[in-house]
Structure formats: C-alpha cells, structure tokens
Design a protein around this ligand. Structure first.
Ligand SMILES: Nc1ncnc2c1ncn2[C@@H]1O[C@H](COP(=O)(O)OP(=O)(O)OP(=O)(O)O)[C@@H](O)[C@H]1O
Length: 281
C-alpha cells in the first residue's frame, strides 16, 4: 500500500487540555478515509495539524513522505482543504471569489463552471458570498477547495449543514473525484455518511484512535454469531452460527416456508455505541 498521509505517535496538548494522545494512522493513495467521533474528541485538531495550522506537541505527520510541520507551502498546493474557516471574501460574488482563486492557481475559468455545477451552485454564481445560506456557504467552500484540482482533499465535516438531497449530490461528487484519482480524508459525526462513502474508517474517542479498518471488516468483527430467520407464518427464530445451530437452520429451511434470512450484523453506529458507551453529538 502507498501511504500518502501518515500520523505517527502524534500528541497535542493545549495548556491543560490533552487533545490528542498517541494518534497513529495512515491513508493510502486513492482512499476515501473517514475520521468519526462525537463532538470534542479531536477531529478538527487532527485536520489542523495535518494542514500545519497547528504544530504537534509530539510526533510526526507526513504527507507524501515529508513532514508537514513548517513545510506547508509546497504540500498545501497539493491539498484542497475545507475547514471551519472560510477562505472566501464576504463582499465578492461566488463566481468572482472562485475566479480570484483560479487566477492564483493559474487554472482556467472553465473549471469554475464545472465545479459550480457539481456542487449545485451554478444558479447562485452571481450571489454575494455573505448572502448565501449556511449550506450554500459550505458548498461554496468545498468548491474553493477543489479549484486547483488537488491530489488530496481534506474535508472537515463537508456535509454538516446540508439537506439530504444536497448531501447526496456532494457524496456523488466526492465519489467521482475519488474515481478520478483524488485521495479524500474527511471527518464526520454521521456514521451513515462514513459507511456509504469511506473505504476505511477510524473511530476517535477522547483524542485517541479506538478502531480503524474497513466498514465491512469492522462490522463482521463485531457481528453476533447468529442468523435470524423470519418464516412465512410470521414466526421469527434465531440460530447460532455453530454446527448444531446450522443443522437446526437447515432442518427448519427444509421443513418450513421461509420469508427472509439475515445475519445479525450490527451497523457502525451500533458498534460505536457499544464499544464506547457514548452517544453521537
Ligand atoms: N485552541 C485550543 N485551545 C484549547 N483547547 C482546544 C483548542 N482547540 C481545541 N481544543 C480542545 O481540544 C478538544 C478537541 O477539539 P476538536 O475541535 O478537535 O474536537 P472535534 O472532534 O473536532 O469536535 P467537533 O466535532 O465538535 O468539531 C476539545 O476539548 C477542545 O475544546
């Protein structure tokens, strides 16, 4: 695997507050990687460290094998960043904002139309940034993050203010960018988003990585060793995934009409709540 983002033994201390403790993970080229966790566990701090807005107290963060600390000018040109700070001017129209950014990166203006179309803001191109709604501002900043066709996209809660339809459009766009070669690192509170979008996911709890892996692999690790069968007469029975359980299941299937069979696999949200005992914010 070709790791292009690496967190190695990263700690971050803010005066008395320990925000990150011994954080280790890596993201491979071409992956969509999700960092999830409740509010205040260290997701934004991780993004700020990765984008050199903060310095780690200990440890190293590398992008393309190079430490980001103090080396961000060159590395940032390869990253598109959506963070909690807007990069757009309040008094400029959306189009003029993006045209300004495109000129900084020497990108053709045709890129702007294409991106505006994909984030669903083509009809708002003349609107002054400050007059956009909260969800539109979020999509405008996503558009700004994409203007220089970055190899890596770093997105802090990219869909937090979006309605379900805008969310689905942004998801489709992110999948498309990923298929075209972008590596995407995103944070979210939304397990469904992570489950449907990400190749791998890390659960962050109180500043540490609790679990990391592919959603299907995590689900199967925590799956209950049972199979639930609904029979045509309405009865529901659970069978153990053991030799005797499976023999009973086979006998039941042969002798009774079955409506549905499903393995009792928990969702990522179930697993998260189970392993942490904490609720999502
Ligand atoms: N500049 C700072 N000074 C002091 N403490 C900070 C600072 N920035 C963050 N923290 C603290 O570090 C912890 C992690 O904050 P962070 O913003 O990374 O959480 P988060 O997981 O992104 O939360 P949310 O999902 O609400 O955005 C919190 O307790 C926060 O109060």
């Amino acid at each position: 695997m070709n790791a292009i983002i690496e967190f190695e033994d990263v700690h971050k201390q803010f005066k008395e507050k320990k925000a990150l403790t011994d954080v280790n993970f890596s993201i491979n080229k071409g992956e969509i990687f999700g960092l999830v966790g409740p509010t205040g566990v260290g997701k934004t701090t991780s993004i700020k460290l990765l984008t050199d807005q903060l310095k780690p107290s200990e440890g190293t963060i590398r992008v393309f094998g190079e430490s980001v600390t103090g080396n961000h000018t060159q590395l940032l040109s390869k990253m598109g960043i959506l963070s909690d700070r807007s990069v757009l001017y309040e008094r400029l129209s959306l189009y003029d904002n993006l045209r300004f950014l495109a000129s900084l990166y020497d990108r053709p203006v045709s890129t702007i139309e294409d991106i505006l179309e994909h984030v669903g803001l083509a009809s708002s191109r003349k609107t002054t940034y400050k007059h956009l709604s909260k969800g539109m501002k979020q999509r405008a900043n996503l558009a700004a993050a994409l203007i220089h066709a970055p190899e890596i996209l770093i997105l802090d809660e990219p869909t937090a203010s979006l309605d379900p339809s805008a969310k689905a459009n942004v998801h489709a766009f992110l999948r498309q960018l990923n298929e075209q070669g972008s590596t995407i690192f995103l944070t979210s509170h939304d397990m469904n988003e992570i489950e449907s979008l990400c190749h791998r996911v890390a659960f962050m709890i109180d500043g540490t990585i609790y679990l990391c892996g592919e959603p299907a692999q995590i689900r199967s690790t925590y799956a209950a060793p049972t199979v639930t069968v609904t029979f045509a007469d309405g009865n529901v029975e659970t069978f153990n995934n053991s030799y005797t359980g499976m023999t009973s299941l086979r006998n039941a299937i042969e002798s009774r009409k079955v409506q549905s069979i499903h393995s009792d696999e928990p969702s990522l949200t179930d697993i998260f709540l189970d392993v942490t005992g904490r609720k999502f914010a």
